[in-house]
Ligand binder design. Structure first.
Ligand SMILES: [Fe+2]
Length: 356
């Protein structure tokens, strides 16, 4: 039986996670009087289920809860892309500095010691909601990135769905290789936007059916640098710009635009290069037929140590097997890696394999 009480109203939805029924009731009455809607939970496990089901706008969290304490709740919320930015205010039984620091380290936004003044609680909540607005604006920036990826797929019909599929596979490889947080997000963004420089390519070149001339190749080889320049105004491009620039470099140094080799190529670009080749071989292109999965694996293995990082190829192939088998990612993936899905998958779960 899920321990939830909801109250009507049009205000923001606040989740109160508090085992003490008297305090829970007090907070519920106070918040309702201020126009908030309220859901409650008396322990951490139930609290996480309530959050998943009701998608609150803010959480008031008591640290000392049965079954799962507030620290663990906080850590799990921050590990899940859907709740990573959800405001959390800790309500603590005392104002011990160690407790406060541990709570903030676990990912809480603010800390209030009991007994607290109502006006102070409400002021802290308003402050948390203002921060939420800032985060929402940043999420809009994420939408801009997704729109850019759509623009390049629309310009080059050979790329239909390619960038979004790649973002997912590249992030799976990055996660399997141990990347987390901002580094993993940079790989997803870099994969999503790797060919964004094709926006700057002549349309007749992208539409060309026959073999490319030397001049065509020279122009086309500019797309990594153009892509890096297009994204430069985005603040997060500091992390993923080099991935875009170097996604056509080769492990043996024979790639472009800079001819860098081995580990001098940014790790994210080495990851994207493998995911890009996989998609081109397996899905086929107008100038080459699609290959079977076994043939695709064989081509990638053949390029290991010359075109591709030999340490990454076996990890990628093992992870593709997991994707094809419908197995989940080892860690929650950033939203930019999930744009090929119809919906955001639960953390650590992958509902459907990528459509071919
Ligand atoms: Fe490219």
């Amino acid at each position: 039986m899920v321990d939830v009480a909801t109250s009507p109203g049009d205000g923001a939805l606040v989740c109160v996670m508090e085992p003490d029924r008297a305090i829970q009731g007090l907070l519920t009455r106070l918040l309702r009087a201020e126009g908030y809607r309220v859901v409650t939970a008396s322990d951490g496990e139930v609290g996480l289920r309530v959050v998943a089901e009701h998608r609150p706008d803010l959480i008031l969290l008591e640290l000392g809860m049965p079954r799962m304490d507030g620290y663990e709740v906080c850590r799990r919320l921050r590990a899940d892309p859907r709740t990573v930015a959800l405001p959390v205010i800790i309500l603590a039984a005392d104002s011990a500095v160690e407790e406060m620091v541990a709570g903030l380290d676990a990912g809480a936004d603010d800390f209030l010691a009991k007994p607290f003044q109502q006006v102070e609680l409400l002021a802290r909540m308003r402050s948390a909601f203002r921060m939420r607005q800032v985060v929402r604006r940043m999420e809009e920036a994420h939408s801009i990135v997704a729109a850019l990826a759509n623009a390049v797929e629309a310009k080059d019909d050979k790329l239909d769905g390619h960038c979004r599929r790649m973002a997912h596979r590249a992030a799976r490889l990055g996660a399997r290789g141990g990347l987390r947080g901002p580094e993993l997000e940079a790989v997803a963004y870099g994969a999503l936007l790797h060919d964004v420089g094709k926006i700057g390519m002549p349309q007749q070149l992208l539409d060309k059916k026959g073999p490319l001339t030397e001049d065509d190749r020279t122009i086309l080889a500019r797309h990594p640098e153009i892509g890096e320049r297009i994204c430069a105004p985005l603040r997060s491009a500091r992390a993923f710009g080099p991935i875009i620039r170097h996604h056509h470099e080769r492990w043996d140094g024979a790639g472009y635009p800079d001819g860098v080799r081995g580990e001098a190529i940014p790790l994210g670009a080495r990851i994207v290069a493998i995911a890009d080749a996989y998609d081109a071989i397996f899905m086929g292109r107008p100038y080459r037929p699609a290959r079977t999965l076994d043939e695709t694996y064989e081509e990638l293995r053949a390029g290991s140590g010359t075109q591709f990082d030999p340490a990454l190829v076996p990890i990628f192939l093992a992870e593709v097997e997991r994707v094809e088998a419908g197995l989940p990612s080892s860690v929650p993936l950033p939203p930019a890696a999930l744009l090929d899905r119809d919906h955001v998958e639960p953390a650590g779960q992958e509902p459907t394999p990528v459509a071919r």
